[in-house]
Each structure stands twice: as structure tokens, then as C-alpha cells.
Design a protein around this ligand. Sequence first.
Ligand SMILES: NC(=O)c1ccc[n+]([C@@H]2O[C@H](COP(=O)([O-])OP(=O)(O)OC[C@H]3O[C@@H](n4cnc5c(N)ncnc54)[C@H](O)[C@@H]3O)[C@@H](O)[C@H]2O)c1
Length: 252
Amino acid sequence: MGRVNGKIILVTGGAMGMGRTHCELLAAEGATVIVTDMNEAEGQATVDSIKASGGKAEFYPLNVTKHADWTSVVDKIVATHGQIDVLVNNAGILILKQLEETTEEEWDRTFDINVKGVFFGTKAILPAMQKAGAGSIINISSIYGIIGAPMAAAYQATKGAVRLFTKATAVDYAQYNIRVNSVHPGVIDTPMTKDLLHSGDEETVKAILGSTILGRAAQPKEVSYAVLHLASDDSSFMNGSEMVVDGGYTAV
Ligand SMILES: NC(=O)c1ccc[n+]([C@@H]2O[C@H](COP(=O)([O-])OP(=O)(O)OC[C@H]3O[C@@H](n4cnc5c(N)ncnc54)[C@H](O)[C@@H]3O)[C@@H](O)[C@H]2O)c1
């Protein structure tokens, strides 16, 4: 019996990187995973790989910045499955630039996807969770929503916003038995970071790993286990909390 057996779990940005491994692990642990992304080909590939392993998954195109996408997808899932037990707000982008070189368009795009996307997703899913009297919302922030780093002011501002949005919604919706927690990955080897981690330049890799005391980047699945915990009933007393998965980066 899987740890999230029978749960209906929607993951944003499920086509690639950590979103994909979250979907694969949650499905392997018994959930029906609603894989969503703007990238339809890779999103469908996530579903195909889950089904090939005997899991349950469906793909829906969803741009997290489009309110109409959210209402249409949520309505369809509720009509088909009756409920949504878990939402994983994972989709996000990173723009690495000094502040004075960051354009208004880049600032707005980062906030639209990383923050407004989480707001829209939470707002869209709440009525179904309130009706069910249960739910778990998992917001993917970053260690850069907790501590500072060079070249990422816009990104860090969004991840700090997600961290406190998580606590605000945890406070407001605990009365409906809806738990909201954030996950704060450190340096993870995904398409987002591949150019930096696989640049072949030891100095760049060392700079990116920063104070990660385990001395390496994580594989995406190492973060998926934290998401699995928050999605499962094993985390029934965790609410408004921050799960840091960073190989010790923020410990020193
Ligand atoms: N990789 C890291 O080291 C790291 C560290 C800390 C936090 N994070 C966060 O973890 C999350 C996942 O990161 P990743 O490294 O797997 O990223 P990634 O770039 O590898 O994958 C991101 C996925 O999000 C999708 N996406 C982007 N914009 C979207 C939109 N508007 N609507 C729907 N989908 C969209 C992409 O198509 C892609 O499938 C992000 O929120 C990121 O900020 C990553």
C-alpha cells in the first residue's frame, strides 16, 4: 500500500526537473497524478512513463499564470474525480542577473510565474478542499527564500513571497483542515541548473554549490521524498512549516 494511495494530486510544472520526479514518486506511491505544464510534449512523456510503470496519471496543459487555465483544469478534475487532495505548486523560473540589469519585463515574468501562479493555484483549488474538509498544499520555495545569494534578487523576492504566502494561507485555512507547507530545496540537478552545474568549469560549480556541506548537488528525487511526506497523512501535524532539503547549505 503506497503512502498516498488513492489520493488525487495535481502537480504544476510536471514536465521536467523536480516536477517530473514528484509526479513519478507520487504515482509510484499510489496517487492518481494530474500532471500539468505548458510543455505538452514533455508533460505527456511524464504521464507515459508513469503509466508504463503501472501508475495512474493524466496530463492537462496549464500555464500557471492564466486564471482561466486553472478554473478549467480544476473543474474538469473535480467533475471526473470528485476532489483534489493535494496541490503541488512547483512551476517556477530562475533569472540569474544583477538587479541593475534586470528588466521590468523579467521582474514581472518571474513574479507572474513564481508568485501569481501560486496565488491562482491556491485560489482555484480551495473551494474543492473546503468542501471536502481536507487538503494539503505544497509550495515549492527555495533556500533562496530564506537566505541571500548573488545575482538573484528578483528570484529571491519571489521565493520569499512564497514562503510567507504559505504561512498566511496555513493560518487562514487550518479551520478547514487544509494544511499548507513550503519546501526549500538547495542546489538540485535539473534543467534549470544544468548549464551551471555541467559547465565543466570547476569554479562555477563550486560557487553554485556554495556552502552545501554534503559537497554535491541533489538529484531531483531527493526533494520528491519531502513532497511525498507533505502529501501523505504522515505529515498530519505539519502546517505552515518549512521543509529545507539542502544538503546542509543553510546550516553554516
Ligand atoms: N533546481 C534547483 O536547484 C532549485 C532549487 C530551489 C528551488 N527550485 C524550485 O523548484 C521548482 C522546480 O524547479 P526545477 O529546477 O525542476 O525547474 P525546471 O526548469 O527544470 O522545470 C520547471 C518546469 O516548470 C514548467 N513551467 C515553467 N513556467 C511555467 C508556467 N508558466 N506554467 C506551467 N509550467 C511552467 C516548465 O515547463 C518545466 O517543466 C521551481 O519552483 C524552482 O524555483 C529549484
